[in-house]
Write a protein that binds this ligand. Sequence first.
Ligand code: ARG
Length: 412
Amino acid sequence: MKKKIVLAYSGGLDTSVLVRILGEDYGYDVIACHIDVGEARDPELIAARAKRAGAHAVEVISAQEEYVTDFCFPALQANALYEGVYPLSAALSRPLIAKHLVKMAKKHGATAVAHGATGKGNDQVRFDLAVKGIAPELAIVAPQREKNITRDAAMEYAAKHGIEVPTTKKSPFSVDENVWGRSIEGGILEDPNAEPPEEAFAWTKSLKDAPNEPIYVTVGFQGGTPVSLDGVAMPPLTLVRKIGALAGEHGVGRIDLMENRVVGIKTRETYECPAAIALITAHKDLERFCTLGMSHRVKTGLDTKYAELIYEGFWFSPLRESLQAFNDVHDKNTTGEVRLRLFKGSCVAVGRTSPFGVYNHNMSTYGVQDKFDHRAAEGFIQLLGMQLAEHSRIHAGGATIHTEAHAAKVSK
Ligand code: ARG
């Protein structure tokens, strides 16, 4: 009996060729597994194509809801933006895909999993680490990485072996998309100084074409998770799609990033992530409203780490899970509504309400309702500045000396 392998099958040229290579060169029975995270492809067509390419079995898994609920929303709780700007749309889908590959390997009694990622990208790291994190006993096969199969070589192989090449309309870019965002690479985008051309984008309007009037949308959160838009409760996937469409219409979510890959390469990456950017803007705002400054400041540092863990492939790791536990507690009271204004590429929180807003108008107002004890500040500052005043006294006005010494130095 042949050994079995589960391949992450996208339905494109590269993974179709892999079905055959894993069968013929590696001697496996190939279970082609397509995990739908919202790539807008026809699952039935994909299954048929995998069969024709020589798959022993095909599994098509619809995972969009799971993706949003178990991956995107936890990342949202962490306001996860890699290097401060990229909402990790491609990165987040890899551990989900890996999880299903492992599940299918167990179901079919496979001893290995395979993927079509290359040796110079982040995705190989994410697939491999995710599999190691949950099923270290499985072998991982990545023919692309082992053999460095170029696009042309794949085309040639397909022609020679009668593997159909998907007739998608020829794009000058390499695109990866799911409900959390779309990444666009290659072609002219490899020139860091070339502005991404309009044809690179599919989900967001240009500033020129975006409506000339702003719109407002209110996002409702329950414990840090979005639950409604404009007061209408809706399931996670619907909500993400709806706000994505609205934000995209107003040109929100375009990102141009000189990015640092895990494998040391610096690349120019272009993204459009309208839903993610809008929701992160809203979540960040409500969190600021509902939590104490001291916790917020700690979380900001942890959020950066959380984003890095996603980017670097450590989704299934004790550290990511511990940070998640922190976020779950921290977000317990992130409940309420944030009003966003979407206009010509910008997304700004302009209002918020919450039963748990740590805000007391009587304390902060300069108006007649002021109940703040102004005299209390005197004692507070007295203690706060005690050491500083003492230091200054000993040094006969320390700060002045420094200033004068500096002035003397520069005037020389
Ligand atoms: N640079 C992005 C990331 O690492 C995009 C990766 C896109 N993947 C792809 N196979 N095209 O998350």
